[in-house]
Design a protein around this ligand. Structure first.
Ligand code: HXC
Length: 269
């Protein structure tokens, strides 16, 4: 494919959304200590929310929470938990409620990934990623739902685009993310009557992230981008702000690919 004649700008959320749209709101984000989910947390905090970030490594979480608080002027607390352990997640939720008194938004983002062909994928390796991504999302929903119902809040699951086609060496992640998409769809229809929304963001190749770096070796030499560039974490942040905002109050059960159009492109390469 010829190089794109156009390079999409990265939207500056401060110029697009009011800076106080999430004032008084509280975000609970698993996987928020690094990568895309950290950027999603920062985007929501920049528009007025406080946050609790959840992960396994307390030192990394503590550092991230400090940096997020300093960068946004809001309060971010670290809450250590492995999403595979429901009790630990419930304790993280209790800590969040003790600190902030409510949970409005939840990002189910904790994920595991590595490249392995099915022929070399052990039962434990497959199960590990299913447990982190799919069961971890289920556990997060169960731990937070009463609070999200109380605030008539909203969920975003972070998925991926790799399972919409066959991506080599990603059987475990593809199966796990398909489960995540399905969980969100069911949550949307069951909880809509309680005022709760649930949507999925599926990031495509996002520059400077662990996931993209790992997948680069199976993505083809010159991955074509119809919008002229790979994604930026701020692109995912902007989609997050939209889906949590009242501008999306009639949007639920949707899967939003943030991938510059890559998923729909067929090439003859
Ligand atoms: C084959 C592997 C493997 C590899 C681990 N395993 N790495 N098998 N190839 N490269 C196997 C192990 O041998 C073991 O099976 C089983 O998986 C469990 O491994 P553990 O190390 O014991 O598990 P754990 O400590 O829980 O670690 C989980 C992990 C780890 C997923 C394996 O890599 C991890 O947490 N990584 C950091 C998170 C991460 O990658 N985040 C980025 C997500 S990006 P056996 O049979 O030996 O017992 C993302 C987006 C993708 O998801 C899309 C981007 C476009």
């Amino acid at each position: 494919m010829a190089p794109s004649a156009y390079i999409a700008p990265v939207g500056d959320s401060a110029l697009i959304f009011r800076d106080d749209i999430f004032k008084g709101k509280v975000l609970f984000c698993t996987g928020g200590g690094s990568g895309i989910c950290r950027a999603m947390t920062e985007a929501v905090m920049r528009h007025g929310a406080n946050a609790a970030i959840v992960g396994r490594k307390l030192d990394r979480l503590t550092q991230a929470a400090k940096e997020l608080s300093e960068a946004t002027g809001q309060v971010c607390i670290p809450t250590q938990a492995d999403v595979r352990q429901p009790k630990a997640l419930q304790e993280a939720v209790s800590k969040t409620i003790e600190k902030f008194g409510r949970i409005d938004f939840v990002i189910c983002g904790a994920a595991g990934n590595f490249l392995a062909p099915i022929s070399g994928l052990s039962e434990n390796a497959f199960r590990t990623v299913m447990e982190i991504d799919t069961i971890g999302t289920y556990n997060t929903i169960k731990a937070t739902l009463a609070h999200v119902r109380a605030s008539k809040g909203s969920y975003i699951m972070t998925s991926a685009t790799l399972h919409y086609n066959g991506t080599p060496y990603q059987a475990h992640v593809s199966a796990a993310k398909a489960g995540v998409d399905a969980l969100s769809n069911v949550l949307a229809v069951e909880e809509g009557p309680h005022g709760v929304r649930s949507n999925v963001i599926s990031p495509g190749p996002i520059a400077n992230t662990e996931g993209a770096a790992r997948l680069a070796s199976v993505a083809g030499k010159d991955s074509p981008y119809p919008l002229g560039r790979p994604g930026d974490v701020r692109d995912v942040g902007n989609a997050t702000i939209f889906l949590f905002s009242d501008a999306a109050s009639f949007v639920t059960g949707q899967i939003l690919a943030v991938d510059g159009g890559s998923e729909h492109l067929r090439t003859t390469q």
